[in-house]
Every structure is written in C-alpha cells, then in structure tokens.
Design a binder for this molecule. Structure first.
Ligand SMILES: NC(=O)c1ccc[n+]([C@@H]2O[C@H](COP(=O)([O-])OP(=O)(O)OC[C@H]3O[C@@H](n4cnc5c(N)ncnc54)[C@H](OP(=O)(O)O)[C@@H]3O)[C@@H](O)[C@H]2O)c1
Length: 341
C-alpha cells in the first residue's frame, strides 16, 4: 500500500521547531516504512509569518529553511508568505497543526489563536506549548471533542518523558497524589547549591550563563513553569484548574541563612510540584527533603514524578526538556495520532 500523506503546519521554528524538522528529515524513511505515513510539511511559521507550499516543502527546501536565521522565514523568498493562520489552513488543508510557539501565560497567544482556528476547521493539534492549556484546558478539550479533532499535548509536561501517557493509562487506579521535580532549571540550581556548595545567587548566575534558564527567568525561579505542568497533570486527571489556581512559592524565597541551616541538618531542598487529588489542590514550593528520599536523588537536569495510588508508587524519571527530547515526543505523538486517523 502506498504511504498515506500526513500534512502538517508547524507554528514555531525555534529550538523545538527546528529540531523537529531535522528529525523528520532524518527519520522520514523509517516513519514511511514502519507506519505507512508520509509526513508532508505544508507550512512553517516564526515571528515573521508563515511560509507555505500546498504541495509540501521538499527535502532541499526544508534544508534551506533550516539555514534561515531566527525570525527570518518570511524573508527567505521560499514558498508563499501568509500572516493569517486561517488563510494558511484554508490554502494548505493540513491534517495537523503543531504549536511550538513560546508560552505566554497572560494571554496564551499566539498559540491559542492558532490552536482554536485549527480545531474549528477540523484540523488535529499537537502542542508543546503549555500556556493555552493552562488558561483554557476545558474549552480546548470540549471544542476538540465537538469537532471530532485529536488533541495531543504530551510534550507540554516533561518534554522528553511521556508522563501524560502514563497518567492516562492508570484509569482503574485511585490516584491519591502526584508530586515531583518538574522544572529542570531550578533542579540544576538547587543541586549546585545543596550538593556542590554554591550560593543561590552563584548558581542562578551559572544557570543563566550556561543557557538552561528561560528567557524570562521568573518562569523558572518563581515556579510558573512548574505550576503550569502540575495544572496540566491535574486537568489530565479530570481536576479542572488554571494556572492561577496553583499555590506557588519560588526558589528565590530561600535565604542564604536558611540554606546554611538546612545544609547543616543534612537536608536537600527541591522545588516540589504537588497535586493532592482528594483535596483537588495543587502547589509548587521549595521543600526540604531527607537525603534518603527518592526525589532527593534526582539531580541537576533530571526531572521525576512520583504517582501515588492506592495500590502503587510509580516513579518516572528522566531528562525533562531539551529541544531534541521535546521534538521526538512531539513527533511520536503526531505519528500515533496520525495512525489512528
Ligand atoms: N525547549 C524545550 O526544551 C521545551 C520543552 C518542552 C516544551 N517546550 C515548549 O515548546 C515551545 C517552543 O519552545 P522553543 O524552545 O522552541 O522556543 P523558541 O526557541 O523560543 O521558539 C519559539 C518559536 O516560535 C516563534 N514565534 C514567536 N511568535 C510567533 C508567532 N506570532 N507566530 C508564529 N511563530 C512565532 C519564534 O519565532 P522567532 O524564531 O522569529 O523568534 C520561534 O521560532 C514553547 O512553548 C516551550 O515552552 C520547550
């Protein structure tokens, strides 16, 4: 049987978007042979606009687009330039829109508009962008159900580890609590402080210098990114909440005196995101742990989540984010959803 085309529009051509296009170019043969799917990229956007080709961009053209500087897609003279996502969808008729745009927790934009317009036109969505979900989870899910559209968001929590999928496969468990270290940057900073003896400000400066910090440091340091992830976990478990429902204390609340005292007591502080399922409450805050605690052993850029059910304690651990890890999760979910079509 000839491979089935899966036409995609990629909104966001930054770290994750570019990793994804490289991955598709690298693995298109395997995807075709193993799953019978031919991924056809019909549109790509960055902040300069969308470039589209309803016939699909070829290998050579995609390689040229990858050479374009950040923010330079619309000036490449490749494909046709469009600025309205509705025109893009109408002209390219994609099967999927992938939202890989930056997370704006005030408005959800630009991702929210892209996602809503895609769903309204019957286009399936896969997103790595947390913001639209933590502002409008219920609305987006009911809209996609009403239009019979698939909505994948695995890469929003632990870009590289399929926590959301594990949670979805525990339907018969009574989940009591989900807790964990869900932000790699603050875990790196706290690891440098509690294992390597740096001061908090030295460790924050280092995280900034080596490029593991978000462009807006508050997203990491004030626990906003972690709060968004625990809110998405809550919604996945049927507990409706938005970002502002998560109680939040960031790591900047720790004083050097407190850090000294906790070090002397043999404690390790971790930024813990917690969902109490029974009380339907979520929080993010720095928590001193005994060094023997499972979560205290999760160091530097690793993330981990502990799912406590009436029958089991399931711990999932791995590198949470990173463009390549996130792109591979986005692509896996795209393939899985495309196979269900
Ligand atoms: N990086 C990770 O490890 C990771 C892990 C999990 C989830 N995520 C999420 O994945 C998303 C992408 O992350 P990233 O690291 O790739 O971010 P990024 O490097 O900042 O890339 C964002 C892309 O979106 C583009 N963009 C900005 N405004 C746009 C608009 N109005 N229309 C279309 N495109 C627009 C940017 O354009 P320019 O190139 O012109 O700036 C850029 O190409 C974010 O929501 C992030 O939170 C990232």
């Amino acid at each position: 049987m000839p491979p089935r085309p899966c036409r995609i529009v990629i909104a966001g051509f930054g770290n994750v978007g570019r990793s994804l296009v490289k991955l598709i170019l690298e693995r298109e043969g395997i995807i075709r042979d193993r799953y019978g799917i031919d991924i056809v990229i019909v549109g790509i956007a960055d902040s300069s606009g969308f470039v589209i080709d309803p016939e699909g961009f070829g290998r050579e053209t995609l390689t040229r687009l990858l050479e374009a500087p950040r923010g330079g897609l619309a000036r490449t003279c490749i494909g046709m330039v469009r600025h309205d996502v509705v025109d893009v969808i109408d002209e390219t008729v994609p099967d999927f829109l992938l939202d890989l745009t930056p997370a704006n927790y005030d408005t959800g934009e630009p991702g929210l508009t892209y996602i809503v317009n895609a769903i309204r036109r019957g286009v399936n969505v896969v997103t790595a962008n947390k913001a639209p979900l933590v502002l409008k989870y219920d609305y987006l899910m009911s809209l996609s159900r009403s239009r019979n559209v698939k909505f994948g968001y695995r890469a929003t929590v632990f870009g590289g580890v399929p926590v959301i999928d594990v949670l979805r496969h525990l339907s018969a468990h009574r989940i009591l609590k989900v807790e964990g270290i869900v932000n790699a940057t603050t875990n790196y900073i706290l690891s440098r402080v509690f294992y390597d003896g740096l001061s908090l400000s030295q460790a924050i400066d280092e995280a900034r210098r080596i490029g593991v910090m978000e462009a807006n440091p508050a997203l990491d340091l004030e626990g906003i990114d972690a709060a968004a992830k625990i809110a998405i976990i809550a919604n996945t478990l049927g507990i409706s909440m938005t970002l502002k429902d998560v109680e939040r204390i960031g790591i900047t609340s720790l004083s050097e005196e407190e850090i000294d005292r906790l070090r002397k007591e043999g404690k390790v502080v971790k930024l813990i995101a917690e969902l109490d399922v029974e009380k339907r409450r979520a929080s993010v805050r720095p928590v001193p742990l005994d060094s023997s605690d499972d979560l205290a052993q999760v160091k530097y850029l690793l993330n981990a989540v502990r799912i406590v059910s009436d029958l089991n304690n399931i711990v999932i651990k791995g590198v949470g984010g990173g463009p390549a890890e996130t792109a591979v999760n986005v692509l896996s979910e795209l393939i899985e959803l495309a196979c269900q079509q």
